[in-house]
Design a protein around this ligand. Structure first.
Ligand code: HEM
Ligand SMILES: *[C@@H]1O[C@H](CO)[C@@H](O)[C@H](O)[C@H]1NC(C)=O
Ligand SMILES: *[C@@H]1O[C@H](CO)[C@@H](O)[C@H](O)[C@H]1NC(C)=O
Length: 321
C-alpha cells in the first residue's frame, strides 16, 4: 500500500514515516495501525513551508480579542471529523438546494464558533500559497496550535487531507450529545474507530472553553438567564491541563456526558479507571490526548485526487449543479 502510493522518492519517505507514526499511535492503544492512511506531517514542507507559522500567527492575533477562540477551534475539528470524516464539511455555508449547512444542526447552532477566524487563516494561506492548503487541514492544525497555546501538549499534525464537496445533515444531527448516556457515547465513538481511552482523553478538551448554562447539570438554577456562558472547567478555565478529570472525581463536571464517564453503572468496567488515571497523572493524559487527536484526525480523510482544495472554506469551488 505504502509502496504503491509513491510517486517519487520523497513521496516514499513521507508515506513510510507516516506509517511508522501511526503504528506507534495504534500500539499505544493496543490497536493495529490505521491501514493505508496517506497523511503526513511533512505534507506542505515543499509546497507551503510556512503553513504552521501562518496558522499560528492568525490564531495568536485573534485570541487577543477573543480568548475563548482556541477552545472554539478545537471543537470545530471534532465536529468536522465526526461528520463525513475530516473533510471540512462543517465549514460549508448554506447554498440550497445543493448544500445544506451543518452549522444549523442542534450541536452547532448558536454554539460552534470561530468561523471568521478560519476564513482569515484561509485568506492568509491563499495569499502565501494559492490553492495548496485544505480547509480540513486548517482545522487539524488550528486544533493542535490551540492546545499548545493554552499550555497543553504539542504534537506533529498529520496533513494532506482534501476538502469534501458535500455536507451530511443526518450525520451532523447524530453528533455526540450531552443528553447521550455512556453506552451511546461509546457507540458513537466506536463507529469512527475511537475506543474508551479515546473517549475519555478527547473529552479532556473540556478543560477549556465555555458552555451555555441550559446545557449544564445545574441547568441555570443559580439564576442565570438562559444563554449565559459558564466555564467548562471551573477549576482552571483557560489552561489546558488535567483538572477536568479532578472535577469529575469531585462530581463537578458541567455536562452529564462528562460525569457519566465516572457515574454510569457501566463506567466502572470501562471509562472510570481511565478518568482516575488521567486525574492523577497529567503526563499520561497528555500523551494519550495526542494519540487520540491523531486518531480522530484520521477519520476517513479525502486524499490523493479525491475532493478538492477549496479556495473559500465556505463554498465548494465549482458548482456542478
Ligand atoms: C463526548 C462527546 C462530547 C459531547 C457530548 C460534547 C458536548 C459539548 C457541549 C454541549 C459543549 C457546550 C456547547 C455550548 O454550550 O455552546 C461543548 C463545548 C466544547 N467542546 Fe465538547 N463534547 C464532546 C466531545 C468533545 C471533544 C472530542 C472535543 C475536542 C477534542 C470537545 C471540545 C469542546 C470544547 C473545547 C468546547 C468549548 C468550545 C467553546 O468555548 O467555544 N468536545 N461540548
Ligand atoms: C433544563 O431545563 C429545561 C426546562 O425544564 C429542560 O427542557 C432541559 O432539558 C433542561 N436541561 C438539562 C441539561 O437538563
Ligand atoms: C505518568 O504517566 C507517564 C506516561 O504514561 C508514565 O511514564 C509515568 O511513570 C507516570 N507517573 C506516575 C507517577 O505514575
Amino acid at each position: 500500500m505504502a509502496a504503491s502510493s509513491c510517486s517519487s522518492i520523497l513521496g516514499c519517505v513521507i508515506v513510510a514515516h507516516c506509517v511508522v507514526l501511526l503504528a506507534l499511535a495504534g500500539a499505544a492503544h493496543g490497536h493495529p495501525p490505521i491501514a493505508g492512511s496517506a497523511l503526513s506531517s511533512t505534507f506542505y514542507d515543499a509546497s507551503c513551508p510556512n503553513t504552521h507559522n501562518i496558522v499560528r500567527r492568525v490564531i495568536q492575533n485573534a485570541r487577543v480579542t477573543d480568548p475563548r477562540l482556541p477552545a472554539s477551534l478545537i471543537r470545530l475539528h471534532f465536529h468536522d471529523c465526526f461528520v463525513n470524516g475530516c473533510d471540512g464539511s462543517l465549514l460549508l455555508d448554506d447554498d440550497l438546494p445543493a448544500i445544506q449547512s451543518e452549522k444549523n444542526v442542534p450541536a452547532n447552532d448558536n454554539s460552534a464558533r470561530g468561523f471568521p477566524v478560519v476564513d482569515d487563516i484561509k485568506s492568509a494561506l491563499e495569499y502565501a500559497c494559492p490553492g495548496i492548503v485544505s480547509c480540513a487541514d486548517i482545522l487539524a492544525l488550528a486544533a493542535e496550535i490551540s492546545v499548545e497555546l493554552a499550555g497543553g501538549p504539542r504534537w506533529r499534525v498529520l496533513l494532506g487531507r482534501r476538502d469534501g464537496t458535500t455536507t451530511n445533515i443526518e450525520s451532523a444531527n447524530n453528533l455526540p450529545s450531552f443528553f447521550d448516556p455512556l453506552n451511546i457515547l461509546q457507540e458513537k465513538f466506536r463507529k469512527v474507530d475511537l475506543d474508551n481511552t479515546d473517549l475519555v482523553a478527547l473529552q479532556g478538551a473540556h478543560t477549556f472553553g465555555k458552555v451555555h448554562c441550559q446545557f449544564t447539570r445545574q441547568n441555570c438554577t443559580a439564576g442565570q438567564p438562559e444563554g449565559a456562558l459558564e466555564n467548562l472547567d471551573q477549576a482552571t478555565p483557560k489552561i489546558f491541563d488535567n483538572e477536568y478529570y479532578g472535577n469529575i472525581l469531585q462530581g463537578r463536571a458541567q455536562l452529564d456526558s462528562d460525569q457519566v464517564m465516572l457515574s454510569d453503572p457501566a463506567a466502572a468496567a470501562t471509562t472510570a479507571p481511565i478518568v482516575h488515571r488521567f486525574a492523577s497523572n497529567q503526563t499520561d493524559f497528555f500523551s494519550n490526548f495526542e494519540v487520540s487527536m491523531i486518531k480522530m484526525g484520521n477519520i476517513s480523510p479525502l486524499t490523493g485526487k479525491n475532493g478538492e482544495i477549496r479556495k473559500n472554506c465556505r463554498r465548494v469551488n465549482n458548482k456542478g449543479y
